[in-house]
Design a protein around this ligand. Structure first.
Ligand code: F6R
Length: 620
């Protein structure tokens, strides 16, 4: 949700900033803009629409040799996605430029105050308030102070409510970028005679893998030689240094048409990376990262699993697995609803928050609510050092590598893998499953990457099917047991990518209402549980397939190899390898990802950057 990048060093800032924006465009693509310091001049360019529009404008500029600059790619909150509302925004006298990610909640009050004082606004954004306040604060700070711009930023931040990452450059300060953060992400990159600021490390990974994570409510001054951090009141502070263990190739398409296709293909490796070091040869689960004593693990009497969108769907799978293996009651909650309904939780309620980005505001607020009730919070997260793991009591990183496509794929499978690990670990610590039962599941989990790799080889019929569904009006998805969250995930992927009506249902619910949606030719995708597992589930869903077919549905059946019972009822049959019943989402989700991607591409949609969306949603 808005990508920001800042640079100061010895390279042409315009190149570094535009490269960074290209890598951050997944965060928002309503508009893009840069502010560059060029021979004492502040050059600002911004355009509505994708980054390509800005690139075209900049190609018409001669020069732009300066080596300090900032850039922004926007997901609109306050104000329509127009040139005028695009960032950067200028302070009243045009000498400073500001970019912002987040929402200034008290902007209306601030704007009124500024307008009363004679300031004329040219945009509808909350950010422009910050630009004017910074202009005023800068003038108020003594010109003698070497930290004049940082001090102005500190004074302004003290007046702001809400979530913000801010970067500012000033034409009087040619080698300086000042940043600030509260509740929104900001990392610094340490280079040699150059330094970087960005919403995430992918923006500068091409130049350095040494990063500095900023804490809450901090201001950072970056020059080519130094990084100086303080809190909002000027007290010295330190960031946390870390090394990024993936390189720039991981953030490129690598020959695929879309990031999404690349990320789908990376799933066997991503799941293997989630499992790495967490399973022993003797069939145990090792989760030192949970940081819970045997006593605490034994005392847990309830589990909440919280997330948004795809992460919530992963949470629904957690419920099936954790309850089955541990007999602890599990509630799954949409993060945006959690704190508003006064949930019952306390010190023995393990709260698991799931988030790829670690920056989703709804999830952050839910985790804070759980922490306030003294519930221990475990984060399942992909982004190292992001807000959610930082504020949680413990974190299980999924190690999926960067996920650039807006639609989550490998993040989902790795989140599901991580919740299996948590469930097994709890079962092991509480002694509710025999060691050999855990050993069997561990053995099955070890084989999951192989099974996912096998599914990927079986996708040709799905790609053909996607072409043929290009003009479908709607697609319904059915599943039972863990197939139900998979159906929700399949529908979510199709909605967000193909802009098509899609719904996921628990197959048994269909006849309680939704079956009336079915008419001649309606496409119904059904994931079928293994006939080898709890075969009652299998038999029931075969009946459900017959019910929809009898009403004219065109059935797309996803069933394991060798399941012949489904053959007579499948208009299209997609095979997946056998895996244990509870682990089935690791394979059955993959065809649904490929299907959604294929239909979106066939409809000519932007697969990696679907309309109206952003990769991380940093506002409530
Ligand atoms: C769907 C999707 C979103 C995210 C949701 C949570 O493909 O990507 O539904 O899953 O916005 O994001 P994170 O996991 O970053 O908290």
């Amino acid at each position: 949700m808005c990508g920001i990048v800042g640079y100061t060093g010895h390279r042409r800032a315009v190149n570094v900033v535009m490269d960074g924006l290209r890598r951050l465009e997944y965060r928002g693509y309503d508009s893009a803009g840069v502010a560059l310091l060029d021979a004492g001049e502040l050059v600002v360019e911004k355009r509505a629409g994708k980054l390509a529009n800005l690139t075209e404008v900049l190609s018409g500029h001669s020069g732009l040799a300066g080596s300090t600059g900032i850039g922004h790619t926007r997901w609109a909150t306050h104000g329509a996605p127009t040139d005028r509302n695009a960032h950067p925004h200028l302070g009243a006298d045009g000498t400073l430029a500001v970019i912002h990610n987040g929402i200034i909640e008290n902007f209306a009050v601030l704007r009124r105050e500024l307008e009363t004082g004679g300031v004329t606004f040219i945009s509808e954004t909350d950010t422009e308030c910050v630009a004017h306040l910074l202009g005023q604060a800068y003038r108020a700070v003594s010109a003698e102070r070497s930290d004049r711009l940082a001090e102005a930023m500190r004074r302004v931040c003290q007046r702001l409510d809400g979530a913000f990452t801010l970067l500012v450059v000033h034409s009087d300060q040619p080698d300086l970028v000042v940043g600030a953060r509260r509740n929104s992400p900001l990392v610094a990159g340490r280079g040699d005679g150059e330094n970087f600021l960005a919403s995430d490390v992918s923006a500068f990974i091409e130049y350095t893998r040494e990063a500095v994570e900023l804490g809450q409510d901090q201001v950072i001054e970056v020059t080519p030689q130094a990084i100086v951090i303080t809190d909002f009141f000027g007290a010295p502070a330190v960031g946390t240094d870390y090394h990024v263990d993936w390189d720039s190739a991981a953030a490129e398409k690598g020959g695929y048409d879309f990031f999404m296709l690349k990320e789908i293909a990376e799933q066997p490796q991503a799941v293997a990376d989630t499992l790495r070091g967490r399973l022993t040869d003797t069939g145990e689960v090792v989760l030192d990262d949970m940081h819970m004593s045997p006593r605490q693990l034994r005392d847990i009497d309830k589990v909440f699993v919280i997330g948004c969108g795809t992460a919530y769907n992963a949470g629904l799978i957690a419920k099936y697995a954790i309850e089955h293996w541990t007999r602890i009651p599990v509630e799954v909650e949409l993060a945006s609803e959690f704190r508003y309904r006064d949930p019952v939780l306390g010190p023995n309620t393990l709260t698991i928050v799931i988030s790829q980005s670690g920056e989703t505001m709804d999830t952050i607020m839910a985790l804070r609510h759980a922490s306030e009730q003294k519930a221990p919070v475990l984060a399942i997260c992909n982004t190292i050092g992001s807000t959610i793991p930082r504020e949680s009591d413990a974190v299980l990183y999924t190690h999926a590598g960067p996920e650039v496509a807006v639609a989550s794929t490998k993040a989902f499978l790795t989140q599901v893998t991580a919740v299996y690990l948590v469930g097994l670990y709890l079962a092991q610590a509480r002694g509710v499953l025999f060691d050999d039962e855990i050993g069997d599941i561990v053995a099955a989990l070890r084989k999951a990457p192989e099974a996912i790799a096998k599914v990927l080889t079986l996708m040709d019929p799905v790609r053909r099917l996607a072409e043929s569904l290009r003009d479908a009006d709607q697609v319904l998805f059915l599943g039972r047991h863990v197939g139900y969250p998979v159906a929700l995930e399949g529908a979510l992927k199709l909605k967000e990518l193909a802009y098509m009506h899609a719904e996921g249902f628990a197959a048994g619910e269909l006849k309680h209402g939704p079956i009336s949606l079915i008419e001649e030719g309606t496409v119904v995708v059904v994931t079928v549980p293994s006939p080898r597992g709890r075969s009652v589930l299998h038999d029931k869903i075969v009946s459900n397939i017959q019910e929809v077919r009898a009403r004219g549905a065109r059935t797309v059946v996803i069933a394991e190899e060798g399941d012949d019972a489904v053959v007579p009822y499948a208009d299209e049959l997609i095979r997946v390898p056998h895996v244990a019943t509870l682990l089935a989402p690791l394979v059955t989700t993959v065809p649904l990802q490929v299907l959604a991607c294929g239909i979106a591409a066939a409809r000519g949609n932007d697969v990696d950057q679907p309309r109206n969306l952003a990769k991380s949603v940093t506002v409530e």
